[in-house]
Design a binder for this molecule. Structure first.
Ligand SMILES: Nc1ncnc2c1ncn2[C@@H]1O[C@H](COP(=O)(O)OP(=O)(O)O)[C@@H](O)[C@H]1O
Ligand SMILES: [Mg+2]
Length: 318
């Protein structure tokens, strides 16, 4: 057995308050739990309030394999909540603020973790506040040079800006976005963005593929320390682009329970296998196997048996 890699998930831990009850989430939390389920030592770095929702969050996480021992408690701000309501079948979100996770504090303990980490993953939402933005960016900047810095953009309206995207990409070695985020990110960077409405989402065309490859190359050209762009396409799989190679995967058709957290699971698998030195084909295989599996399950951090995990692992490594 090799020593598990140390992966940090940095940012929001919150409750999605749905009509049928609260569900624990936050992209970094989903990412961290799924990275831990893959066998990495995955540490969630977030902050909860001194309240029932905070205690419930820690209790919910306790049986899960993610390391929650570094989560901070805020004495003045409430545990994060997102109210979700449906209008004509479409979900609408209110991301309450300020929340405890807006006050991520860079302690010596967190700093030492950043220095030891093999990989670190962050997004744009937790950077809506000055405090958390500072903490996230300092950790990414101070991590060792061998640390893989994954920026999973996860744009959440209205909590993002061109500035945060720019600064994050300057710090990142890998960026993950979904196909709808591609034109928005390029537009925010002032790069030729194309039009998000160019294709209907259930179609996949050569034109769209060319657009995504060109977009990935533009981003790589703009940020010299960036090594890889990962673009996920929901049920159509994903595209991975490096400076000298690219690889595309059609995804796995699954019976969808809900797709919440599919992207976070993709990023978790991508990060876990990158640390094991996998090439693009294996990375795509891993991302789509895990993303597809999470889409086939209810919730964003579903548990899986050892047997199923081994079965998926065998297919990825085949
Ligand atoms: N409907 C689906 N059917 C099969 N796999 C899916 C589906 N939706 C998502 N996935 C898997 O999850 C990955 C990430 O999903 P995507 O929706 O692109 O990301 P995000 O959740 O960040 O928006 C996809 O690349 C794919 O492997
Ligand atoms: Mg996403």
């Amino acid at each position: 057995m090799r020593e598990p890699h140390l992966i940090l998930g940095l940012g929001e831990l919150l409750w999605d308050v749905l009509p049928d009850g609260p569900r624990l989430g936050g992209a970094p939390a989903n990412f961290t739990v799924m990275a831990a389920r893959l066998g990495s030592h995955a540490v969630l770095l977030s902050r909860v309030g001194r309240d029932d929702l905070g205690r419930m969050a820690l209790e919910r996480l306790r049986p899960m394999p993610a390391d929650t021992s570094f989560i901070e408690t805020d004495h003045a701000h409430e545990t994060g909540r997102v109210t979700v309501y449906f209008e004509a079948g479409q979900p609408h979100y209110t991301i309450h603020h300020p929340a405890a996770w807006d006050f991520l504090e860079l302690t010596d303990e967190w700093m030492r973790l950043a220095e030891r980490a093999d990989a670190l993953c962050f997004g744009s939402l937790a950077q809506r506040s000055q405090e958390s933005r500072q903490t996230i960016q300092t950790m990414a900047a101070q991590a060792s040079s061998r640390c893989i810095r994954v920026f999973d953009v996860n744009l959440r309206t209205p909590f993002y800006s061109g500035e945060v995207i720019q600064e994050s990409l300057e710090l990142a070695s890998v960026v993950k976005m979904n196909d709808a985020e591609v034109p928005r990110v390029l537009g925010l960077l002032g790069l030729p963005a194309g039009d998000a409405e160019m294709w209907s989402s259930d179609e996949f065309s050569q034109e769209r593929r060319t657009y995504e490859q060109q977009s990935a190359e533009r981003v790589l050209n703009e940020f010299p320390t960036l090594e890889m762009v990962a673009i996920t396409r929901g049920g159509h799989g994903s595209l991975l682009v490096r400076r000298d190679e690219w690889h595309e995967h059609p995804g796995y058709p699954v019976k969808v329970a809900d797709t919440i957290g599919a992207g976070d699971a993709f990023t978790a698998a991508l990060t876990h296998y990158l640390l094991r030195g996998a090439g693009l084909a294996t990375l795509n295989e891993a991302g789509n196997r895990w993303g597809g599996w999470v889409a086939s399950q209810a919730g964003a951090m579903p548990e899986l048996s050892d047997d199923l995990r081994k079965e998926i692992e065998t297919k990825i490594e085949a």
